[in-house]
Design a protein around this ligand. Structure first.
Ligand code: MGD
Ligand code: MGD
Ligand code: SF4
Ligand code: MO
Length: 746
């Protein structure tokens, strides 16, 4: 019976791409097995880009009989130059785990998860979601996607769901992560365009890190900082004395959520010192005079009072920026995950614009993104924007995208999606009845877990597509679809510096697990959409579609020849248009930029607004939605714990090596003065309670956190029992970083 079902699935996939699928089926019972591309000699090495963080390190994969046996960092890749962090080194080992999802699982009437074949899984998927749509409208089913699958898969999923299956709403875990940077760039620059290249880490004489801990969250970017030969000043704005802050020349341990006031005060001081680039401002920006007026009341005195810093510290920061010739500003989650994150990000952008620190080596207002393919998701997931950074509400954009995909423009919705939190609110109101989660684990990672889990129970049907059946969200699903992971499939990622890098299939997926790409092909078939989506025949064919869609956009990649060129160049940074490529081949001179030339944006001072200018955007600070008070007197900070742990630990928890590199149980960092006051000794169990829930963890006493604050890493499933669901109004990104709690000995 099982064999017949597999053969049936094989036939369906074969209809898309004969050769590929014959390979897929070569071993009965080993469905979805990795077929190493014929181009690789069976016992040679090949390269791939790491599938954890957005640094996008190149890895050299060592093969035996065409299958990966080991890996090492690639020495020739322009990103990491032969370095990798522990997660990268262990990337293959996390694939081998007892809890890999090997077969579809369906919840029975009795509530148990039961193994089913793909045919049953796909008919159930289709019947159930279609029934929900028939009763409550097509928009009552939505998807939640990710920054962790290849771009081709994101593009396929977004197109399939919204242009084929009738969905209007779909968002990604990137909402938890990058939405703020996206909103800020779009408004300030006219397009979501992080301007930098990693060489900028080495070329600055001043680097300012705001709300980021790259030493452990982006260790190889941090290595690039250490290669900087200019003895740079490193300014770190973080309430905690992190590993990054400890290495800074100036650490400003500001109070959580006081960034906006502080950054406006710095702008005010720069104006006072006349340390601004009038020429750049006049030629390339708008609304500077309004901004200059806006920051006037933000005196160093006021910023000192609100941030807990000294006036001297604030003046020193401004002076260092004023004196810097090449100043780069880098921000991460301490900014993005904030109730006013978009305006803080724009306050950072404003500092770069007013001092002319953009478009030149070693400069920039630079958001560091999080997941391996968050940048791919920002452009090609069809969630917050129409494919290729287009707008759903623009008829020309809809026609262009439809034409590139060979579909009718009427397939494309003329409005954007609800944001993640609004989709979840929709469960309460009955507007959303079915959800499809792909490569994300919100039953651990989403804010305010009690509410999230209550909502999940209200759904008529929930599908989780994951590599591990034990993932927290998979355990709550009605249907689990077993997915191949990094290393078991083909495609591309886009890293933080806009570099498109290639990911290869070098390992067999276990059991009947399939690449997400193949799962989407099956969904298309069972939904009755094979004809409409026939162009999505393989990841490589989808890459060609993405290229066509990108034509004429700031992220134009029409000049990339294909996967082989990505390999040959060590990845290619967008934009790389057909015109760029033509210019290179026309001159043939080595002075003309090539696809492998490092590129930063805005070297010509032209931004993406119709007038070609960047905008100063600003606002007055809004109060912290849940400040500490008498009942909950402590501020809880959350974030990354170690370089060896990844998010919800479904992957990094499976490597024996990585497990040795981080603390074994949940812990909470407490300042020793507070601990003494609360009668807490190192190592004792403490209960941390917020208005929403509580957790128990071992006390770690450290001066890295300030009195009145504690830190709990996000990697423990309990952490989001505590967090307070507030959202930046412009980006709808959750403010994970601060809420009010109290702490007591158990
Ligand atoms: N090892 C490892 N690396 C990772 C990840 C991982 O899970 N593990 N995840 C990846 C992903 S998806 C992301 S998004 C990145 C995140 O990378 P980062 O943003 O660098 O990491 P976080 O620890 O979440 O947050 C950074 C810092 O923000 C500070 N902070 C909190 N509140 C405030 C505030 O109000 N103001 C300021 N200025 N700072 C504040 C925190 O103290 C923390 O040190 O890491 C990526 N890299
Ligand atoms: N309190 C607190 N919470 C936070 C944060 C914080 O700082 N504090 N940070 C937030 C941020 S920035 C982020 S990015 C999120 C991350 O939150 P999540 O996205 O929920 O975290 P992951 O553990 O990366 O989940 C990815 C899931 O996809 C699965 N997976 C991996 N590869 C594949 C694949 O190729 N295909 C399929 N189908 N599945 C795959 C993994 O097994 C895992 O279950 O967490 C957010 N939550
Ligand atoms: S720094 Fe990021 S991309 Fe590089 S090896 Fe580590 S996890 Fe992978
Ligand atoms: Mo993230």
């Amino acid at each position: 019976m099982l064999k017949t079902a597999q053969a049936h699935i094989g036939q369906i996939l074969r209809a898309w791409d004969g050769a590929q699928t014959r390979d897929l089926l070569r071993r009965p019972g080993d469905f979805g097995l990795g077929q190493v591309p014929a181009a690789h000699a069976p016992d040679a090495t090949t390269t791939s880009v790491c599938g954890f963080c957005s640094t996008g390190c190149g890895l050299k994969v060592h093969l035996k009989e065409g299958v990966a046996v080991n890996l090492s960092p690639e020495t020739n890749y322009p990103v990491n130059l032969g370095m990798a962090c522990p997660k990268g080194w262990e990337a293959l080992n996390v694939l081998k785990a007892d809890d890999r999802a090997t077969h579809p699982l369906l919840r029975t009437a009795a509530g148990e998860m039961k193994r089913v074949d793909w045919h049953t899984a796909m008919t159930t998927f289709t019947d159930r979601f279609k029934a929900v749509q028939a009763q409550h409208g097509p928009e009552s089913v939505a998807f939640i996607s990710t920054g962790q699958i290849v771009t081709e898969e994101m593009c396929f999923l977004g197109a399939l769901a919204k242009f084929g299956m009738g969905m209007l709403h779909g968002d990604g875990n990137t909402r938890q992560c990058m939405a703020t940077a996206v909103a800020a760039y779009k408004e300030s620059f006219g397009f979501d365009a992080p301007p930098y290249t990693y060489a900028d880490f080495e070329e600055s004489d001043v680097l300012v890190f705001i709300g980021g801990n790259p030493c452990l969250a982006h260790p190889i970017m941090w290595e690039r900082v250490w290669r900087n030969p200019h003895q740079p000043d490193i300014i770190v704005l973080d309430p905690r004395r992190t590993e990054t802050a400890a290495a800074a020349t100036q650490h400003l341990a500001l109070k959580p959520k006081s960034d906006l006031t502080l950054l406006y005060a710095v702008a005010n001081l720069l104006l006072e010192m006349n340390a601004i680039d009038r020429d750049f401002i006049e030629k390339h920006t708008t609304a500077f005079d309004d901004f200059a007026r806006h920051v006037q009341p933000y005196t160093p005195e006021r910023a000192a009072a609100e941030s807990g810093l000294s006036i001297k510290q604030i003046q020193a920061m401004a002076k260092t920026i004023a004196q810097g010739k090449r100043v780069s500003f880098w921000w991460t989650m301490g900014v993005n995950q904030n109730h006013e994150g978009t305006r803080i990000a724009q306050a950072i952008i404003n500092l770069a614009l007013m001092t002319g620190n953009i478009g030149r080596p070693g400069t920039g207002a630079n958001s560091i993104t999080g997941q391996c393919n968050a940048m791919g998701s920002r452009l090609f997931s069809n969630t917050t924007s129409l494919l290729g950074g287009h707008a759903f509400n623009n008829p020309q954009h809809r026609s262009k995208v439809a034409q590139a995909l060979g579909m009718a423009p009427s397939c494309i919705p003329d409005q954007g999606s609800l944001a993640y939190d609004q989709i979840l609110d929709g469960i309460d109101t009955g507007r959303i009845r079915g959800l499809w989660f792909v490569a994300t684990n919100p039953a651990h990672s989403w804010i305010h877990q009690r509410q999230f889990r209550e909502r999940l129970k209200k759904l008529d049907f929930a599908v989780v597509q994951d590599m591990y059946h034990s993932a927290d969200t998979a355990q709550l699903a009605d249907l689990v679809l077993p997915a191949a992971g990094w290393g078991e499939k083909e495609g591309t990622f886009i890293n933080s510096e806009r570099r498109i890098g290639r990911v290869k299939k070098v390992s067999r997926a276990p059991g009947e697990a399939l690449a997400d790409f193949h799962i989407f092909q099956l969904v298309a078939h069972y939904w009755g959409l094979s004809e409409q989506f026939k162009a999505f025949s393989s990841p490589a064919a989808t890459f060609e579609l993405m290229k066509d869609i990108s034509a004429g956009q700031p992220c134009d990649i029409t000049g990339i020849e294909g996967y082989d060129q990505l390999d040959a160049c060590g990845g290619v940074q967008w934009p790389w248009s057909a015109a760029d490529a033509q210019a290179t081949s026309a001159t043939g001179s080595t002075d003309t930029p090539g696809p492998d030339t490092e590129r930063r944006l805005f070297a010509d001072g032209r931004f993406h607004h119709p007038d070609g200018r960047a905008r100063f955007v600003f606002d007055h600070p809004a109060p912290n939605p849940e400040p500490a008070d008498d009942d909950y007197p402590v501020t809880l900070l959350t974030g990354r714990g170690t370089a060896s742990q990844w998010h919800t630990q479904t992957r990094t928890g499976k490597s024996a090596v990585l497990r040795k590199l981080y603390p074994q149980g949940p812990y909470v960092e407490i300042n020793p003065h507070d601990a003494a006051q609360w009668g807490i000794a190192a190592g004792t169990a403490v209960r941390v309670t917020s208005r929403r829930g509580s957790l128990v963890a071992a006390a770690t006493l450290t001066h890295a956190v300030q009195p009145g604050q504690i830190f709990v890493p996000m990697h423990d499933v309990q952490t989001n029992q505590l967090t307070f669901p507030s959202f930046d109004p412009h980006s709808r990104q959750p403010s994970y970083k601060a809420c009010a709690v109290h702490v007591a000995r158990v």
